[in-house]
Ligand binder design. Structure first.
Ligand code: GLC
Ligand code: CA
Length: 573
């Protein structure tokens, strides 16, 4: 089942791609200030016109990412998968799904990226496999008592005939977290645990074969030359002993992220990362691990990046913050304070493939959560998104950019229900699961869909793109100084150049009018100030220096400036 480089067509490659040569920042850790661009392979670039993005497509667009000025690319899963959850249901961790290409394509992508100075981070999905994974299929076939069943969580049901699930846990995607299996003789059998879709059975990490297999999978991709792993559901692998019921029946989803659950953020999970860190450290070139850990507080997130664990963790508290100066200041302080004791860089993120794009979140009233279905005030949303992105890129540490946010793309809130593929939408009867809206293929060029996403005008795309996206393409925005794309390009260039930007552990807050966030960052070679007006009206204030970059037109005269509504300005001091 496992693909072999030598099996793939084309010249067999026998050596791993070379790691990127040590650069200036490498001694203190390249990831400490890296801007990491998330590619969602289905929706980035389609090389063969089947409507689905693929690895050769990504490979062909690497120069765009180099020119944009990012340091690394994180690829969402492209492994063999029945696609019950868009690839987060992996059936073979060492194979590329034919829909995305071959292992040789992955090898070429890693080599080309390194040649351009870009690092590659791949997604690792260790909490669960696909139900089509060989281990799970064999466990089903062999029936109760099979040792293979211990690699997952199989349990007899409760009730007289085992007709009730073993506990009351609910799936994140809606419905019970247990599904009853069918015995080889066709009778109803044991239940198995799946925190996500029924097609995603959870591994039992107490079983040594599971731990051994993932060590081997890590090495497989490290040997291929990848620079790191984004670890999916990094807070989920260890379950509380005995799998106890939880309180708050019917309301469990709301508890997520507010509490330590018997299946999330258990202390035992950290042993896995201590083990993996040793493997990462065996390889040259600073290979990293990034935790996707939804925890109740940034303080608990910091546990995942203690010195002997992973290198980074996503800052979802920041992602969930509204466009409001006081709230932003608080989350920035808490984030920096939480990471300082463990010595890990703080990270910042506004969008990813699981949440409504920030241009649309900020177009709506605050408090609607991270999956919303209304377009809101587009113009306002874009203005705030540009300001928020500039603020994020000014903060100390590493930042994540989700494909298309550099184009100012909104979420597609009006996708017809028939085209939606989010398993959560289907399971929760359309009450939840609007993640397809941020997964629509991005526009590159031309006036007709799929706007350069695929090779032919009029060709297919797996989700339909809105007609307005013709005006948001890379081609249209390139060279237009007012475009969001050029704003990102300039911001990333300034961020690279300015000595006070990038890595760091603190900011100095400056006095500012109500609703304005102002901070300074210092370095021996010069200081930098960022001012963000989160209010809907222009604010007059003293100019702190010389304007480097601005997300909106800013008037400056006689040492004073009029900071435009919902805007951010970068200053050299
Ligand atoms: C993570 C992924 C999400 C996926 C889930 C289950 O949260 O980001 O897309 O559905 O894990 O693997
Ligand atoms: Ca394709």
């Amino acid at each position: 089942m496992t693909q072999n480089l030598a099996d793939a067509s084309g010249p067999a490659s026998v050596t791993a791609a070379e790691p990127i040569a040590a650069s200036a920042g490498a001694s203190r850790g390249w990831w400490r200030d890296a801007v990491i661009y998330q590619v969602y392979p289905r929706s980035f670039a389609d090389s063969n016109g089947d409507g689905m993005g693929d690895l050769p497509g990504i490979r062909s667009r690497l120069p765009y990412l180099r020119d944009l000025g990012v340091d690394a690319v994180w690829l969402s899963p492209f492994y063999a998968s029945p696609q019950a959850d868009a690839g987060y249901d992996v059936s073979d961790y060492r194979a590329v799904d034919p829909m995305f290409g071959t292992l040789l394509d992955a090898d070429g992508l890693i080599r080309d990226a390194h040649a351009l100075g870009l690092r590659i981070i791949v997604d690792l999905v260790p909490n669960h496999s696909s139900d089509q994974h060989e281990w799970f299929q064999r466990a089903l076939r062999e029936g109760p008592g099979s040792p293979l069943r211990d690699r997952y969580h199989f349990r007899p049901g409760k009730g007289e005939n085992g007709e009730l699930p073993p506990n009351n846990w609910e799936s994140i995607f809606g419905g019970p977290a247990w599904t009853r299996s069918v015995n080889p003789d066709g009778t109803p059998g044991e239940w198995y645990l799946h925190l996500f879709a029924p097609e995603q059975p959870d591994f039992n990490w107490e079983n040594r074969a599971v731990a051994d297999e993932f060590r081997s999978i890590l090495r497989f991709w490290l040997d291929m030359g990848v620079d790191g792993f984004r670890i999916d559901v990094a807070h989920g692998m260890v379950k509380q002993a005995g799998l106890p019921d939880i309180g708050g029946e019917g309301d469990q989803l709301k508890l997520l992220g507010n509490d330590v659950m018997p299946f999330f953020d258990q202390d035992g999970v950290h042993q896995i990362y201590r083990d993996w860190r040793k493997i990462l450290d065996e390889y040259p070139g600073q290979r990293i691990g990034v935790a996707e850990a939804w925890t109740p507080t940034v303080q608990r997130t910091a546990n995942y990046v203690r010195p002997d664990e992973l290198h980074q963790a996503f800052n979802f508290q920041y992602l969930g913050t509204s466009w409001a100066a006081d709230e932003l200041r608080e989350v920035i302080d808490v984030s920096l304070d939480s990471m300082r004791p463990v010595g890990a860089p703080t990270t910042w993120v506004l969008s990813n493939h699981d949440v409504t794009r920030h241009a649309t979140r900020f177009a709506n009233e605050p408090g609607l959560g991270t999956q919303i279905r209304t377009a809101g005030d587009r113009e306002l949303g874009l203005r705030r998104a540009r300001a928020a992105s500039l603020l994020m890129l000014a903060l100390p540490g590493s930042a994540y950019v989700y494909q298309g946010e550099e184009l100012g793309l909104p979420d597609v809130t009006d996708l017809p229900d028939e085209v939606r593929q989010d398993p959560s939408f289907l399971r929760a009867s359309g009450q939840d699961g609007f993640r397809d809206g941020c997964r629509v293929p991005i526009p590159w060029s031309g006036t007709e869909a799929p706007y350069g996403f695929g090779p032919a005008a009029g060709g297919p795309s797996w989700l339909p793109q809105p007609a307005e996206w013709a005006d948001l393409s890379v081609e249209v925005q390139t060279g237009d100084p007012t475009s969001t794309l050029e704003l990102y390009r300039s911001a990333l260039a300034v961020r690279r150049e300015h000595p006070a930007l990038g890595a760091g552990t603190d900011v100095t807050w400056l006095d500012a009018p109500e609703g304005v966030l102002a901070f300074r960052r210092d370095s021996a070679q010069g200081s930098f100030v960022c001012t963000s007006n989160t209010t809907g009206a222009p604010v007059r204030m003293a100019a702190p220096g010389r304007i480097l970059l601005s997300s909106a037109d800013t008037e400056a005269a006689d040492g004073e400036i009029l900071l435009a509504a919902d805007s951010t300005v970068w200053w050299a001091v």
